[in-house]
Design a protein around this ligand. Structure first.
Ligand SMILES: [Zn+2]
Length: 396
C-alpha cells in the first residue's frame, strides 16, 4: 500500500520515500513500489503525472489492485529515494480539472446541462454535455459565471466521508460501485459544488487564473465544449496573437481589416478567372481561324503549344469541328510528353486515332469526332502529322 500524498496535499512536489519492492521486467525496465509518493497514478479522467525517482524519469505509473503505486523506471533503486513530480504539468492538470468541476457545476445549476464525459487532452480540454445544441450567448454566460467564481477565489476542500454520511449530503455525483464502503473522497468548491473525485485540484478557484471556452463540436449524443484554463489559456492566446500577426504580415493589413482583405482577394481571384476564360476563348477563336486557313489551302491543320492544357485543346477541337466537320486536325500540348487530340469525321478519327496514339507512344480513346489521350513521345510529332496528311488525302 502506497500513501499517495497528492490525495491530501496536491501542492506537495517532492517527498523522500522508501522502496518496498523493485522488480525487473526487462533489462531496462524496473517496477518500483514505494511506501509513499507525490505522483498521481491517473484515474477519474485525469492523466497520470510525470516525474522522477532518484533522478530517473518515471516512464509509467499505475495503481495496483493491492493499493501499491508502481513507478516504472529504467534502472533499479533501493533504500531511500527522492520522488519528484513534474510540477508544471501537474499544475496544468489541476487547473484544467478544477475548471471542469466549476463548469460542470455551474452549467448544471444555471442551465440544467448534464455532463456526460470530460477529457483532459494535452492541447484542449473538453466537456461533453447532454444537449442537442448550444447558443453562443449561453456559452458566454457560462464562461462569465465560471470566471466570476475564479475571481471570487473560493476555497477548494478535500474531505473523506462514509457512504452513510454521504447519503445525507448534497453530493453531485453519487454513482459509486455497490459494496464499496468508503471512505469516499469529496472535493468541494465553497458554495458551488461537492463531488466525489480522486484527482488533484488547486487549493482555491483563484489558482485557476482564467477559463476560456474555445469552441464546440456536435456529437451524436450531445455537444462537446472545448476550453482551456490557467497558463494554458495564456499560451493559446499567445499562439493566436502570433498567428494573427503572421496573417497581418501576409495580408499587409491589421486584424480589423482581415475579413475585408480576404473578401477582396477572393473577388480578385474570381475576376481573374473570368478574364482568363474570356482570353482563352478569344485565343481559341484565333487558333481555329488559322487552322481553318491551313485546312482550306490543302495543308494538314495542326496546333501545338507547350503550355496548352486539356481544356484549351478541347475548346479548339470542338470549335474547329463545328466550323469544318469533315476536316482532320491534330492538336498537341506539352514539351516532350503531354496530350494529343485528333479531330475530324467519326470515320477518319476511328481510323487514325489509335495509329496516332501508337506513334506518339501514348494511349487514348474517344467516341465520335474527338480521339484524345496522353503522349509520351511528342518528338515523333511529324510522323503523326504524316498519318493525318495521308488520311486527309484518302478521304478527299
Ligand atoms: Zn476532480
Amino acid at each position: 500500500m502506497t500513501e499517495i500524498l497528492c490525495k491530501t496535499d496536491s501542492f506537495a512536489r517532492s517527498v523522500r520515500a522508501t522502496v518496498i519492492e523493485c522488480v525487473a521486467t526487462a533489462p531496462d525496465r524496473f517496477h518500483v513500489v514505494l511506501d509513499r509518493t507525490v505522483v498521481y497514478p491517473g484515474g477519474g479522467g485525469q492523466p497520470a503525472d510525470c516525474g522522477t525517482v532518484s533522478g530517473y524519469p518515471i516512464l509509467d505509473v499505475r495503481m495496483r489492485p493491492d493499493g501499491g503505486v508502481e513507478h516504472v523506471l529504467q534502472a533499479p533503486v533501493a533504500g531511500v529515494v527522492d520522488v519528484e513530480v513534474n510540477w508544471a504539468a501537474r499544475l496544468d492538470f489541476m487547473q484544467q480539472h478544477t475548471a471542469q468541476h466549476l463548469m460542470t457545476a455551474i452549467a448544471t445549476a444555471r442551465f440544467g446541462w448534464k455532463t456526460i464525459a470530460f477529457h483532459m487532452n494535452p492541447d484542449r480540454s473538453d466537456i461533453e454535455f447532454e444537449l442537442d445544441s448550444v447558443s453562443r450567448q449561453d456559452l458566454m454566460t457560462l464562461e462569465e459565471a465560471v470566471n466570476q467564481a475564479v475571481f471570487d477565489d473560493l476555497p477548494v476542500s478535500i474531505s473523506f466521508v462514509s457512504r452513510e454520511q454521504m447519503s445525507s449530503m448534497n453530493v453531485r455525483s453519487r454513482l459509486l460501485p455497490d459494496g464499496l464502503e468508503g471512505p469516499f473522497r469529496l472535493v468541494g468548491i465553497e458554495g458551488i459544488d461537492l463531488n466525489t473525485c480522486g484527482g488533484t485540484h488547486v487549493q482555491s478557484t483563484g489558482q485557476i487564473q482564467v477559463v476560456k471556452i474555445l469552441g464546440t463540436e456536435k456529437l451524436a449524443r450531445g455537444v462537446r465544449v472545448f476550453y482551456a484554463a490557467g497558463s494554458r489559456a495564456r499560451r493559446i492566446f499567445e499562439q493566436t496573437i502570433e498567428r494573427e500577426s503572421a496573417i497581418g504580415a501576409a495580408l499587409t493589413t491589421g486584424p480589423s481589416d482581415f475579413i475585408a482583405s480576404i473578401e477582396a482577394l477572393k473577388k480578385s481571384g474570381r475576376d481573374l478567372d473570368t478574364s482568363l476564360r474570356q482570353l482563352s476563348a478569344r485565343l481559341a477563336g484565333l487558333v481555329v481561324e488559322r487552322m481553318l486557313e491551313d485546312a482550306g489551302s490543302g495543308q494538314v491543320a495542326v496546333y501545338h503549344q507547350d503550355e496548352a492544357d486539356g481544356d484549351f485543346l478541347r475548346q479548339v477541337a470542338e470549335r474547329f469541328h463545328e466550323a469544318r466537320p469533315e476536316a482532320l486536325a491534330l492538336l498537341t500540348g506539352g514539351a516532350s510528353e503531354g496530350l494529343f487530340m485528333v479531330v475530324g469525321s467519326d470515320e477518319s478519327v476511328r481510323r487514325v486515332g489509335p495509329a496516332v496514339a501508337g506513334i506518339l507512344q501514348g494511349r487514348g480513346g474517344g467516341r465520335g469526332a474527338i480521339f484524345q489521350g496522353r503522349a509520351r513521345a511528342l518528338s515523333l510529332w511529324s510522323e503523326a502529322v504524316a498519318i493525318i496528311a495521308s488520311e486527309s488525302a484518302r478521304s478527299t
